[in-house]
Design a binder for this molecule. Structure first.
Ligand code: CP3
Length: 367
């Protein structure tokens, strides 16, 4: 019997040496896959997330096509929020009928008891785990408290989330109160996912980059620290914090107690590493639009990300000389502490063959 293949993804989260750079894709299960669209033509989005057999099937779909190094639970950041007593529907984007804007509404939110309120999520995790390819772990996830607040206060998706952002300034105490509730609920939710079998946990702070430094610290960061502190006491799986459009905020998350920081494509990984220092892994950061380039160009764009990650890792270990050499020779190797991903979710009109080329290229180039 061959020994079980170590998970390159989990090793990279812990900044250990890897045989190749692990890769997975944000929103890897979803509408760009014909098999997802086929199922979705018969079943609405919410049912897909609430029926464990279907959620498990959709989670596994991309893994049958591509040699991805991690799976991510098929669900949504707003799924547990429904269980707090919020009247929320997926159309398929999340819409809240009575947006949460008063202390009375905030105080009326229920406590989240995962086993009681979202048993279907925990059951999905239990169904997925035994069906994963060897060495491929399952990532559980939740929304960052501030990103959840954006939807709860605005009531619907928005480009600028102006209603949510003005709420922070007009009613800062109410905002903190709501964020505390969400932070505690997500800590309980993520803990339950790990207990059910999730092997890493990711917090999506998709709209954190809308905030200036003061508001980010006071609202988004303070709340996510509360979630992370609770998780560190209750589980030892790696924690990932994805901060979209966070270039200008990187120094503020450098001491957040997580293993991995996920970044969008706006900052090269070498720069990100300079700010974060050597004690964090980084995840990212190809522009989802790059999947629309020709096969040769796609490989070139992927190489740019890999080269930046290599530079970042070498500079983090103080090996500046080797870094100069490597830059000269164009050498690319698996950089410890790098997980390849897109900088944000894959677009629904992406060609799946382009994803296949990307995954294979990252493995070949770094293996
Ligand atoms: O493959 C995976 O990544 C797992 C599944 C997943 C979904 N949503 C499924 C989904 C994950 C991790 C999410 C996270 C999520 N949901 C985020 C954070 C990540 C990000 O993209 O910034 C956010 C902000 C949401 C909120 C949300 N859910 C929106 C804005 C929308 C509508 C827009 C869209 O992308 O369609 C959803 C619906 C949703 N969540 C779909 C999927 C596959 C589309 C449903 C469908 O039409 O089938």
């Amino acid at each position: 019997m061959s020994p079980p293949r170590e998970s390159t993804f989990l090793a990279a989260c812990r900044r250990q040496a890897v045989a190749h750079t692990p890769i997975w894709v944000m929103r890897q299960a979803g509408r760009y896959l014909p098999e997802y669209r086929e199922l979705r033509a018969k079943v609405d989005f919410e049912s897909l997330t609430r029926q464990p057999e279907l959620a498990a099937e959709v989670t596994l779909q991309p893994l049958r096509r591509f040699e991805l190094d991690a799976a991510i639970l098929f669900s949504d950041i707003m799924t547990p929020v429904q269980s707090l007593g919020v009247d929320l529907t997926f159309e398929p984007a999340p819409v809240v009928r009575n947006p949460i804007r008063t202390d009375t509404q905030i105080d009326a939110l229920h406590e989240l008891v995962p086993e009681r309120d979202v048993p279907f999520v925990l059951r999905s995790i239990q169904l997925i785990r035994p069906n994963l390819p060897r060495g491929v772990p399952l990532i559980g996830f939740a929304g960052g408290p501030f990103t959840l607040l954006c939807y709860l206060v605005s009531g619907r998706p928005s480009k600028e989330f102006d209603v949510a952002r003005s709420f922070l300034y007009a009613q800062p105490q109410s905002a903190e109160r709501l964020l505390d509730r969400l932070a505690d609920a997500m800590a309980a939710y993520l803990h339950a996912q790990a207990a059910a079998g999730a092997q890493a946990l990711m917090l999506f702070e998709s709209w954190g980059g809308l905030l200036g430094p003061g508001a980010f610290d006071r609202f988004a960061l303070r709340a996510v620290r509360r979630t992370v502190a609770a998780l560190r006491r209750s589980t030892d799986v790696p924690l990932i914090y994805y901060l979209n459009q966070g270039s200008a905020l990187m120094e503020r998350v450098a001491d957040l107690d997580v293993d991995v920081i996920g970044v969008d494509w706006r900052t090269p990984l070498g720069k990100v590493r300079q700010v974060l220092g050597p004690h964090k892994a980084v995840q990212g950061n190809l522009d989802p639009a790059a999947l629309f380039s020709s096969p040769e160009d796609l490989r070139r764009h992927a190489d740019e990300v890999l080269r930046e990650a290599g530079r970042a890792a070498r500079e983090a270990s103080g090996d500046i000389e080797r870094s100069r050499e490597a830059r000269g020779s164009g050498e690319i190797r698996a950089a410890p502490g790098h997980i390849f991903n897109l900088g944000h979710g894959i677009w629904p009109n992406t060609d799946p063959d382009s994803v296949a080329r990307l995954v294979d290229h990252v493995h070949e180039r770094t293996g």
